[in-house]
Design a protein around this ligand. Structure first.
Ligand SMILES: [Zn+2]
Length: 220
């Protein structure tokens, strides 16, 4: 569990915004899990965020951003996105190594540096994990024809469209399993034990459900 001191106001706001964009109703337990902090730490943080007018918590305990909270959250998400692209596109760091680095650096970006990054990289592109500034909801993805690896058709051929990037350990795990953004794969079988067997150029892999759910595919 991380020390709550290192999880800043911006981290909470960004996590709430990302969760909303993914179509979740945000509750405190979800934030504790995603940010790897204790329940009391979340309670304290939410109290401060409410006092500062950045979030609202309704009677059912659902957390929502205010307009001011949303603005700060989007700013942080944008900086995270730009830093990831800078590390990968300008400095050639691997996609599975940059998320944590960006988590640290996003808080240190000045408005002037942000403007430079935007000028150089643009705001519209995808990060090296295949994501836009804000995650796209599962409903929108399905409309685009994308499917989660955990629900992909047996025998189907797919390209890895994007990876859920909340968890750096998961990203490294996926990389070791041969799953990189843009890679081609064939789903061999969806197994009874909720694992999925896949075939890649680099060999065969079997993934458990939590990992397979974090991978979005585009049919070929
Ligand atoms: Zn990313």
């Amino acid at each position: 569990m991380k020390d709550s001191i290192y999880v800043s106001k911006e981290n909470y706001l960004k996590a709430i915004l990302e969760a909303q964009a993914e179509g979740h109703q945000v509750i405190p337990a979800m934030l504790a899990h995603w940010l790897e902090v204790s329940a009391p730490a979340v309670t304290m943080a939410l109290k401060r965020l409410r006092r500062d007018g950045l979030v609202e918590v309704d009677a059912e305990g659902i957390v929502r951003l205010t307009a001011a909270g949303r603005e700060t959250a989007y700013r942080t998400a944008l900086r995270h996105h730009l830093i990831e692209r800078m590390l990968n596109e300008v400095f050639g760091m691997e996609w599975y190594e940059i998320h944590e680095e960006a988590e640290r650096l996003e808080h240190a970006v000045s408005p002037a540096f942000e403007a430079k990054l935007k000028e150089r990289l643009g705001e519209g592109g995808a990060c090296p994990h295949g994501n836009a500034v804000l995650p796209v909801s599962p409903t929108q993805r399905k409309k685009r024809g994308e499917v989660r690896l955990s629900e992909a058709a047996e025998g189907g051929r797919y390209t890895v469209a994007s990876l859920q990037e909340r968890d750096s350990n998961l990203l490294r795990f996926l990389h070791r399993a041969g799953i990189d953004p843009g890679k081609h794969l064939r789903v061999t079988s969806q197994n009874y034990d909720q694992t999925v067997s896949i075939e890649l150029d680099s060999g065969n892999s079997i993934l458990g459900r939590p990992a397979a759910e974090a991978v979005w595919l585009r049919p070929e």
